[in-house]
Design a protein around this ligand. Sequence first.
Ligand code: HEC
Length: 104
Amino acid sequence: MKSIVTSMIVAAGLMVAGSAMAADMPAVAKKNNCTACHAIDKKVVGPAWKAVADKYKGDAAAWDKVAAKVKKGGSGAWGSMPMPANPKVSDADMAEIIGFIKGL
Ligand code: HEC
């Protein structure tokens, strides 16, 4: 009995740790302030990045356009709310962020 209780507690702990990890934005997204408007699995001001990943899955050409759009800003893909330009994001940071979103 004791071992069952222990393993249930361990399992619950793992579930909490797992969901916290899944919802955590990478440091590079925090540094560039993307987290002010985006989360991984829920809409904030902008679309959930998981939804972005699903939308462009398998469309290699789309990702270049998405990266350019994040830099320049734009609207229309997800609604009328525009994303302001993010010109200060370095190419290296952008590649890392896009890579992260693609992998969701
Ligand atoms: C002030 C809020 C805001 C900030 C800050 C912001 N976004 Fe957005 N983002 C939006 C909105 C709103 C949209 C939806 C635009 C649309 O409908 O076309 C969006 C859309 C996107 C998309 C999908 C684009 C498409 O064409 O489908 C990506 C990817 C994205 N943002 C990444 C980022 C990254 C990376 C950063 C940080 C460098 C960032 N966003 C910062 C509000 C924001």
